[in-house]
Ligand binder design. Structure first.
Ligand SMILES: C[S@@+](CC[C@H](N)C(=O)[O-])C[C@H]1O[C@@H](n2cnc3c(N)ncnc32)[C@H](O)[C@@H]1O
Length: 204
């Protein structure tokens, strides 16, 4: 089995699910910055790709329409339960983030937190994000990337072989991914050593 595949992700995230929420403290402010920048309004349609256990949900207002998908059934179940406990308007589905079954131009916002560096097909994921966003819609990306204009060095590429198997890629370039789409980058902010917050808009 390839160690950067949907099958492997399903297996490992099923195993991580019971302890996954221990990362909440470290990422809370980063998520908050990402979600607040969207200025969500009542009735907005928000898609969370690779939603995990739903750690974004407590930061979302309860008057938006949330759709959350993930490839791992155990994660989707945890996410649905969290959404219900919070009284949110949420629909959850098991789905591949690089092959969405939604109509084109369906969502006002797409949240991509810790998914573009994990998903085996990040180009598929960003092009699907572009497709399902409404014209003028915005995606917010929070993840580990190389700095803008830089390439991953030899050491980073070597370490990546191991991090990719158990956690995440650390050698991806968000600008290169966005360049596969017509999305227009509207902000690119460093959050910490390897974490970046990037927003991109689908042209009107
Ligand atoms: C690092 S977790 C991030 C979860 C959540 N977005 C967060 O911020 O906590 C990565 C998630 O991506 C999911 N995933 C991996 N490959 C996927 C794919 N092809 N489609 C959808 N979700 C995927 C995993 O099941 C896991 O829940």
């Amino acid at each position: 089995m390839m160690l950067n595949s949907n099958t492997w992700n399903r297996i490992r995230y099923s195993l991580y699910r019971p302890v996954y929420d221990i990362i909440d403290g470290y990422f809370r402010q980063k998520r908050k910055a990402s979600i607040e920048s969207l200025n969500l309004k009542a009735g907005d349609k928000v898609l969370i790709l690779g939603a995990g256990t739903g750690l974004d949900l407590p930061l979302l207002p309860n008057d938006v329409e949330i759709t959350a998908i993930d490839i791992t059934p155990a994660m989707v179940k945890a996410c649905r339960q969290k959404g219900e406990q919070l009284g949110l308007n949420i629909t959850t589905e098991v789905m591949d983030g690089s092959n969405l079954s939604f109509e084109s131009n369906s969502f006002d916002f797409v949240i991509l937190h810790l998914i573009l560096a994990v998903i085996p097909d990040p180009i598929g994921c960003i092009t699907e994000t572009e497709r399902v966003l409404k014209p003028g819609g915005v995606c917010t990306i929070m993840d580990k990337f190389v700095a803008p204009g830089k390439k991953a060095g030899v050491v980073r590429k070597f370490v990546n072989i191991f991090t990719e198997m158990i956690a995440t890629s650390i050698d991806r370039d968000v600008d290169e991914l966005i360049a596969h789409t017509a999305l227009e980058k509207i902000s690119h902010q460093k959050l910490s050593s390897i974490f970046w917050l990037v927003q991109a808009k689908k042209p009107d």
